[in-house]
Write a protein that binds this ligand. Structure first.
Ligand SMILES: O=C(O)c1ccc[n+]([C@@H]2O[C@H](COP(=O)([O-])O)[C@@H](O)[C@H]2O)c1
Ligand SMILES: Cc1cc2nc[nH]c2cc1C
Length: 353
């Protein structure tokens, strides 16, 4: 617990003086006031993260944690759990285009982002692979409908594993970190965590995930409701252990370490959002390091962002996970930062106002 408490203690608010200077600078740049829309507020938030009104984010990295879920046996997904380990091998496969044949690999190649892959606890033992980070402590969580998904020790081990992977990505040169995930059934734990932390009814935060039909959706809502009735847990670490998943714990650790190192957390979809809610409950200042990528089609995502008070950058109807939406946001973040760094002020350019 000591290591985790120390990690949380390293998270401090963004640099308010840099935010102030960036706000002033944005107002002096050669454009009609407000004409860069949301890029302006994004650039100012980036200034706060990096502590300078000339933020220069360089490397993007997507850290995909994969885990399986005991609750999948309740029939809450449109796909079988065997997909999870198979997709991990897909993230690692050699293809003519380069490493990885999944959506996140293809998208990451287009923006020059490196993909890191973690086995956070999938159902099958995976072969050693130079690009696979083997961090599993158990092959899949327990069924959260009837018992705690994880022990507190397991949850903590995965949080610290996620933090270690973020540390490695940052050491490798990344300052825009995209936590991502893969795990058949994981929109169920994400819904339970979100319902408990936001005090919302299961029906408000439970969506179709991989695409369940109406009957399965009604059953999924009932499973979420049963889990919430089973345990009164409200503290973030208890909520994580009772209702979460190994990849959610790992993403929480990635977020804590990234915020502690004052880098950007690019927030992808609903499952990532559940980790972010745990993160801001543990360390409220983490919010200032969160940059939601796209509006996600999964029900409950909007409630997460409303609670965080953050606006996503685009709406492409994505509902994939893997950190795929987060990867697409990287060029927008770099563009926002470039306005502060590279645009001239009215005075510098001699443009009369
Ligand atoms: O994060 C999201 O917004 C998201 C929304 C829908 C589906 N997913 C992905 O789909 C899987 C979970 O869906 P399900 O139906 O199995 O709970 C898991 O592998 C996630 O990466 C992810
Ligand atoms: C094929 C497949 C790929 C995924 N990537 C993230 N979640 C997924 C779910 C499925 C079913």
């Amino acid at each position: 617990m000591h290591e985790l408490q120390n990690l949380i203690k390293r998270i401090h608010p963004a640099d308010s003086a840099a935010i102030q200077r960036a706000t002033l600078r944005q107002a002096q740049l050669t454009k009609p006031a407000g004409a860069l829309g949301d890029l302006e507020a994004l650039s100012v938030r980036l200034a706060g993260v990096f502590g300078t009104e000339f933020p220069a984010p360089q490397g993007g990295a997507v850290l995909v944690a994969a885990g399986d879920h005991g609750v999948a046996q309740e029939g809450v997904s449109a796909y079988p759990p065997e997909v999870t380990p198979a997709m991990v091998m897909n993230f690692l496969a050699d293809t003519p285009a380069g490493p990885g044949g999944a959506a996140v690999n293809a998208l990451a190649r287009t923006v020059g982002a490196r993909v890191y892959v973690m086995d956070a606890g999938v159902n099958a033992a995976l072969p050693d692979h130079p690009r696979l980070h083997q961090c599993a402590v158990r092959r899949g969580t327990r069924n959260l409908r009837v018992e705690a998904a994880m022990t507190p020790d397991e949850a903590q081990a995965l949080i610290l594993a996620g933090a270690a992977l973020a540390r490695q990505a940052i050491e490798d040169g990344a300052d825009l970190i995209v936590p991502g995930e893969m795990g058949i059934g994981n929109t169920t734990p994400a819904a339970v965590v979100t319902a408990r932390l936001l005090g919302l009814d299961p029906a408000e935060v439970t969506g179709r995930g991989t695409g369940v039909d109406d009957a399965r959706l009604a059953h999924k809502v009932a499973v979420v409701r049963e889990a919430l009735h089973r345990s009164p847990a409200t503290g973030p670490l208890q909520v994580l252990a009772e209702f979460g998943g190994y990849e959610i714990a790992a993403m929480l650790g990635m977020m804590l370490e990234t915020a502690a190192q004052r880098r950007v957390i690019v927030l992808d979809g609903f499952v990532e959002g559940s980790a972010a809610l745990l993160g801001v409950t543990l360390a409220p200042a983490l919010r200032e390091f969160l940059f939601p990528a796209g509006h996600c089609a999964e029900r409950g995502h909007a409630a997460q962002l409303a609670h965080l008070g953050l606006k996503p950058m685009f709406d492409l109807g994505l509902r994939l996970g893997e950190g795929s939406g987060g990867v697409l946001a990287l060029p927008l973040l770099r563009a926002a930062a470039a306005t502060l760094r590279e645009m001239r002020t009215f005075e510098e350019a001699g443009v009369p106002v």
